[in-house]
Design a protein around this ligand. Structure first.
Ligand code: SAH
Ligand code: SF4
Ligand code: F3S
Length: 473
């Protein structure tokens, strides 16, 4: 493990995207395996929606699937490697099926698909289809070509807007996914941090238009969604023309989304420190339903390293920004991302990261060893850091971050706050909900219904979860 793993983080551990639509039983089956960030989780759902329209019903195992789609992540070397080990297993499965006269179609989607394209079909003959993130709306046509015996690689950046052409989520599908939902509002990145592949795998920054976002949000609310998380690689760089004809930023969009009946909670992820404008900070001050939890990656504490990373801000800029945000919303908790062992990072630079973490105090954080990515400027820098040094730094950083995370968990004991009930617990009478800070809350609550927001008092903490009782006021 090179990260502290918590739900809702950009990592490569998220599970399969599933939909359940009983009406489509006994049709062809698709298994979608999702790696990577929330954007991939969202994309997998949208791909499943578009395949449902083609008669594919979802399954949660490759064994009974006719089509396996692997939605991949390219962010770190380890993340990419997962693709090839999964393909090795699928090759065996495909060979075994061939003997029984049964077919298996294998598709690769996501960021490795975009970055490696043809290379994947060359290296892994088991693959029938490669689709990059901007061409998912062409999936049905691509599958039709595969059925005719072609091997298809679709990785151009499509000129047409894929969101216009992807079917929007159906009510039944949304219902089966629960009371929380992701909604991509922005995709791609123009920031070119020198360590990062995202600008190459997701293309340049594109914001979805306001009307499209509102329509999708209203549909989700109508299907019972209570908590909406807006997604973007640089979500706070989202901008668009509002119905009032003015240029809107994410702040304005949040005020508008807050008006949708049924939606009770809003979140957004992931933000860049340089795009936290006043309107967005004010939204945190004004909107109770904007959850007091902000993921604001800083990556490093040393100005020299921040410059080499092309983050275009200093450690001090970040601290001052946090102060402004905390002034606007005093109960806000922060999470962040960190990279240790960027080329040229000295002990002193690393100490600056530890100091920044002490200055900020995070409720949660994700930390990674620098992984050189082909084609990024960072990979060509001199003075790469030894793995052993990276390991040691990561351990020290994670020890500090875990301490802060634990302290945050403990600080919630005896506090009362609203919890959104998401599902039934393992024990009868128990429900599992979500705190404003994303921790799962296990509640002994008789009569609570999924989708309810109830006031809960925390009586204890688990490793990553909280244990609470319904507050009777
Ligand atoms: N858009 C977000 C981050 C997207 S990638 C932002 O600007 O912060 C998610 C996280 O993966 C990053 O914040 C970074 O901490 C980590 N990451 C990205 N590239 C990496 C690399 N080459 N090696 C190690 N970690 C990396
Ligand atoms: Fe990657 Fe930087 Fe863009 Fe985030 S802002 S996606 S880290 S290039
Ligand atoms: Fe990975 Fe692509 Fe997301 S590289 S983190 S799946 S944008």
């Amino acid at each position: 493990m090179d990260d502290i793993s918590i739900k809702h983080q950009p990592d490569e551990t998220s599970g399969a995207a599933l939909i359940n639509s009983p009406a489509l039983a006994n049709t062809r089956k698709v298994y979608v395996k999702t790696y990577g960030c929330q954007m991939n989780v969202y994309d997998s759902q949208r791909m499943a929606d578009s395949l449902a329209a083609e008669g594919y019903s979802p399954t949660d195992t490759a064994d009974d699937a006719d089509l396996v789609l692997i939605n991949t992540c390219h962010i770190r070397e380890k993340a990419s490697e997962k693709l090839y080990s999964a393909l090795g297993r699928l090759r065996k499965m495909k060979d075994a099926r061939a003997k029984e006269g049964r077919e298996l179609t294998v598709g690769v989607a996501g960021c490795v698909a975009q970055a490696e394209g043809d290379e994947i079909t060359r290296r892994a003959p088991v693959v029938d289809l490669v689709v990059g993130p901007q061409t998912y709306h062409r999936l049905p046509q691509a599958l039709a070509r595969v059925a005719k015996g072609e091997r298809v690689v679709e990785t151009e950046y499509a000129i047409e807007d894929k969101f216009e052409h992807l079917p929007s989520p159906g009510k039944e599908q949304t219902r089966s996914r629960g009371v929380t939902a992701f909604l991509t509002v922005q995709e791609g990145c123009d920031k070119f941090c020198t360590f990062c592949v995202v600008p190459y795998t997701r293309g340049s920054e594109v914001s979805r238009p306001v009307a499209q976002i509102l329509k999708e949000a209203e549909k989700l609310a109508d299907a019972g969604v209570r908590e909406l998380t807006l997604l973007g690689q640089n979500v706070n760089a989202w901008h668009g023309e509002g119905p009032d004809g003015r240029e809107w930023g994410l702040g304005e969009l949040l005020y508008r989304l807050a008006e949708i009946p049924g939606i009770a909670r809003l979140r957004y992820i992931t933000s860049h420190p340089r795009d936290m404008d006043d309107a967005l900070i004010n939204a945190h001050r004004d909107l109770d339903m904007l959850m007091p939890y902000l993921h604001l990656p800083v990556q490093a504490g040393s100005d020299r390293i921040l410059k080499a990373m092309n983050r275009k801000h200093t450690g001090d800029d970040y601290l001052r920004l946090i102060e402004r945000i905390r002034n606007a919303r005093s109960d806000i908790a922060l999470s962040g991302d960190f990279i240790v062992g960027f080329p040229g990072e000295t002990d002193e630079d690393f100490e600056a990261t530890l100091q920044l973490v002490r200055d900020v105090t995070y409720a949660a954080a994700y930390s990674f060893k620098y992984s050189p990515r082909p084609g990024t400027p960072g990979a060509d820098l001199p003075d790469h850091i030894d793995e052993a040094v990276k390991d040691e730094r990561l351990q020290r950083l994670q020890a500090l971050l875990s301490e802060q995370q634990y302290a945050f968990q403990r600080s919630l004991v005896n506090k009362s706050f609203d919890v959104l009930i998401e599902k039934a617990g393992r024990v009868p009478g128990q429900m599992v909900g979500r705190s404003p800070w994303l921790q799962p809350v296990i509640i002994d609550v008789h009569g609570g219904r999924i989708g309810d927001i109830i006031n809960v008092r925390i009586i204890d903490t688990g490793t990553n979860s909280l244990i609470g009782v319904r507050e009777m006021v």
